[in-house]
Ligand binder design. Sequence first.
Ligand code: ACO
Length: 460
Amino acid sequence: MWPENVGICAIEVVFPSQYVDQTELEQFDGASAGKYTIGLGQSKMGFCSDREDVASLCLTVVSRLIERNQIRPQDIGRLEVGTETIIDKSKSVKSVLMKLFADSGNTDIEGIDTTNACYGGTAALFNSVNWIESSSWDGRYALAVCADIAVYAKGAARPTGGAGAIAMLVGPNASLIFERGLRATHMEHVYDFYKPDLSSEYPTVDGKLSIQCYLSALDTCYQLYRKKFEKKYPDAAQVGLDNLDALIFHTPFCKLVQKSMARVVFNDFLLCKSTKRALKYPGLERFNDATLANTYFDRDVEKAFMIQFNDTFERKTRKSLLLANQVGNMYTPSVYSGLVSLLISNTPEELLGKRIGVFSYGSGLAASMYSILVTKDKQVFQQFVSKLDYVLPMLNTRKKIAPEVFSELMEVREKNNHAASYTPSGSVSALFPGTYYLKHVDDKYRRTYERTSVITNGVH
Ligand code: ACO
């Protein structure tokens, strides 16, 4: 017998305590006013000084999840990390996280790291769900962790950075249930965004190509998801997007998600029987002969569907962009920050029993669309969502840093990336309470971490 209702039982997010304002960054970069804020749809960008690395972000998010939800470390049987922030070519971040389990004596925890650009978190989550649904499962929880520090060299891509971490406790009888048989995946070999220079944190990126790859992966995953949905629910009264109450996306920048929602409607339009099209999509007949392949940068198609279906975007997606707009692209956690944003921007009653579509994309490329069903158990769900009460206050207590200082801190990271021995210079007092930080890297590249003090009986 399979365990029932496997999915996310608890979720925790962390983001940097410092941010740069995108309007100020436009001025500092000499970009035209509105390019980052209106053109890309970004308000603030979180960033880490050299005091934080991917392992410290993961230590912070996992310890906070365990404390807030009072999980016994012995009850974790699998721990997976998805990241593309590589600080060691052999040693996994997961192995560093085992520090958190040392006192409990629990070393029987499967799982290591998974890497493919922004997709690693989804792979970690799928692996966790798969383990619980497999014959290897021993009855304990799995933890899927994703974390990244998204930094770009000076230039057009820099305002699309960000940083953060998310940990998800996976088990049966979950609040957010994975819908069986409804995963659609598209993978192929492309050089749109990659990190071939192992001495640098910065990617090599073909921005336009990465957007085209993102949109074409969305087309393929969505159409495949639709097919699988029709197979699973042959008697469904509705088709396509009407079956999803909310749709969340990997969010490199918010404007792309607004365009992506229009793209999903455009897919529905192309798949709609010609006899029904005029009724469902009035005024769009001029696009009857359009194709997916020829419209990635077609402003007419993009604009027409964005304007006509703006209310669909408002209803199903806009609320999921809160953290992406305020923190930026977190890479692997990005799409799950969309999930957290959705959870904290609706009342539990509004989400109860609803179906949430998820589109995850990682350059290179790997992409999946799948769906999550929110439990119908009001009490369980209220309890689950109440654990996210800290998110908005934490977002609002971040410190704004001038672009000049941000730029200097980026240079410090750039210069000292992989330096040994090395003691970071970034401020410890600027970090949130309960944050793990990098104390020192010794001459053998061994990293030591400490934690800022935790307030209010371990829950903050
Ligand atoms: N006011 C309002 N809007 C403006 C202004 C202005 N003053 N100036 C420009 N814009 C608009 C542009 O019209 C454009 O919008 P549109 O595409 O809807 O027309 C938008 O702002 C961006 O301007 P571009 O000139 O297209 O920007 P540029 O090419 O310089 O950089 C890019 C954008 C390619 C996204 C870059 O930031 C980048 O490479 N980022 C990293 C790659 C990335 O995030 N890819 C996404 C998928 S892969 C991943 O997740 C990493």
